[in-house]
Structures are given as C-alpha cells and as structure tokens.
Design a binder for this molecule. Structure first.
Ligand code: PAF
Length: 281
C-alpha cells in the first residue's frame, strides 16, 4: 500500500492503477463502518483508493472541526489490512491551495432540508470536496455509507446532474449488537450518553417493525416517536421523518426511508432505516 500526500504523488500513483478503481472517501477515525466500505470496494473494484481528509468546509463555526478525531497511524493500519492500494492523505493547503474556494457546489433545495436546516452550508462543503476528490482520484466507482443517507443521496444526484463519470454505490450501515449505528462521533459519548443514543436506533427499529406488520406512514411514525420517547432520557429529537427513497417530500407508500437526528449532550447523531410502507388506510 502506498501513502501519498500531494496531488503530484497521487497523479503518479493513480496512473499506475490499471483496471477499475474504487474510491472510499473518509475523514479518518476509521471504524468498522469504514471497513465495510473498504470490503465492498475490494470486492467490486480492481483497485481501492482511500482518501483521508478532515474537510474544514463542512464544519460550521460552532462544530467540532478542532476536536474531530485524527488517528492517521491507526487509519493507515486499517487501510493496509483491508487491502487498499493507495491512501491519499493531503494537507488542508494541498486541497485548498488558494484558501477556501469562492466557488462551491450548490446542493439545491435538498441541501437546505433535514441536516441542512441545522447545519447551514454543510452540504455545500461536502459536495465541493467530494467533487474535487472525484477530479483528483478519477474513480470508476465510489463507495459511501447509507448511514449518512442525505449525503449519499446528494452525491448520487451530483454525479447524475453534473455528469461525473462515476458509479456511486451505497453500503448498508454497520451497527453495534445493541443497534447503535457506528459513527466516528460515537467516541465523544459518555456511558450515560451512549445509553441515551440508543433511542435513535430503537425509534427506527420500532418504525420498521410497524411497517413490517402492515402499518401505513402514520402508524410507522407514531411507533417510532413512541419508542424514542420510551428510551433512556438524554436525547433531544431534532427530526424524525419518513420520505421516499430519493428523499423527495410528499406522501409515501411502498419503499421509503425513515430518518432521525437527535442531540445527545454536545453530540449530534443521525441514523436511518429503509422501510416498506403499506398504502394509507
Ligand atoms: O462522510 C464523510 O466522511 C465526509 O462527509 C466525506 C464524504 C469524506 C467528505 O468530506
């Protein structure tokens, strides 16, 4: 495995990869969720290229950019074990040589909704760096976790709407045995906060169970709200919504997505699950 940190080194390493190249973009602090992305990338592409970059553009002024975990040595070990061919771990200056870019990708209306409501500018920052990394790494395939479902949906739309020649592959969320979705931010949680954080997955599970038993959108949402309220206190709900699989608003039937966001102490957590809805009764 080769570690590269500059554009020139990356271009040289990329030119040596023949066959299909799959990229896994990360901000480091790799966990089993990333390992699943690497595994799927390994299965579907001839070569795997990992990027590790904590993107300042996607952090708001009061967010955790400075305290975001940086664990490069351990991350490289995870990449090596997973069979990555190249890791690109650039500095901030390498990605944004002229300072923060004046031109950014506009995510459109979907970028203002859900996560975008409490994190203004977040998806402009995400899509801008993802597009830059697409240009620099020129992958055939790109693997993103379903855990960040709105991000995955917007990246898919960006690739489609802006004709980026890449196939975006969504990889299912990896969970702890008790249901908690893996996230780099889980390491911020104290023990009582972790217990409270289980309310998110419990709400989704209850909603999905209600859907399996034939519940319509109203029944599913009320089961999810009820389970959230019955969880260990300490999680403050931001949103709990049902949308269609493309995150388009409106009444949903059939395949749908149940999404939740809540604050636990100083940590904002998100999660989601696919559900299959019965027609409205
Ligand atoms: O999901 C992440 O880790 C980041 O948002 C991404 C896609 C690497 C862009 O910085």
């Amino acid at each position: 495995m080769e570690l590269v940190t500059t554009r020139e080194e990356l271009a040289r390493a990329r030119a040596e990869l023949t066959g299909t190249v799959g990229v896994v973009m990360t901000m480091g602090a790799l966990h089993e969720g990333h390992e699943a992305l690497l595994r799927v990338a390994r299965e579907q592409a001839d070569h795997v290229l990992v990027t590790i970059f904590v993107n300042p553009l996607q952090f708001g002024p009061n967010e955790d950019f400075d305290r975001y975990p940086r664990t490069l040595a351990a991350d490289l070990e995870v990449c090596r074990r997973a069979g990555a061919d190249v890791v690109f771990a650039p500095s901030r200056e390498e990605i944004y040589p002229g300072g923060e870019p004046r031109v950014r990708v506009n995510p459109g209306g979907l970028g203002e909704d859900l996560e975008g409501q409490s994190r203004p500018g977040f998806f402009h920052g995400v899509l801008t760096v993802v597009l830059k990394l697409f240009q620099l790494t020129r992958p055939d395939l790109a693997f993103f976790g379903e855990k960040d479902y709105q991000q995955l949906t917007l990246i898919r739309r960006m690739a489609r709407d802006l004709d980026v020649p890449v196939r975006v592959v969504g990889v299912p969320t990896v969970r702890e045995p008790d249901g908690l979705a893996l996230s780099s931010r889980n390491r911020y949680l104290s023990e009582p906060e972790r217990a409270a954080a289980l309310s998110l997955s419990a709400a989704l599970r209850a909603g999905a169970d209600a859907a399996e038993q034939g519940g319509d959108a109203g029944v599913v949402l009320s089961a999810a709200h009820h389970a959230f309220g019955a969880g260990t206190p300490g999680a403050q709900l931001d949103y709990l919504v049902l949308t269609d699989p493309e995150l388009e608003p409106g009444p949903v039937e059939g395949p749908a997505r149940l999404l939740i966001a809540a604050r636990v102490g100083a940590t904002r957590l998100i999660d989601n699950m696919p559900v299959h809805l019965a027609p409205r009764s």
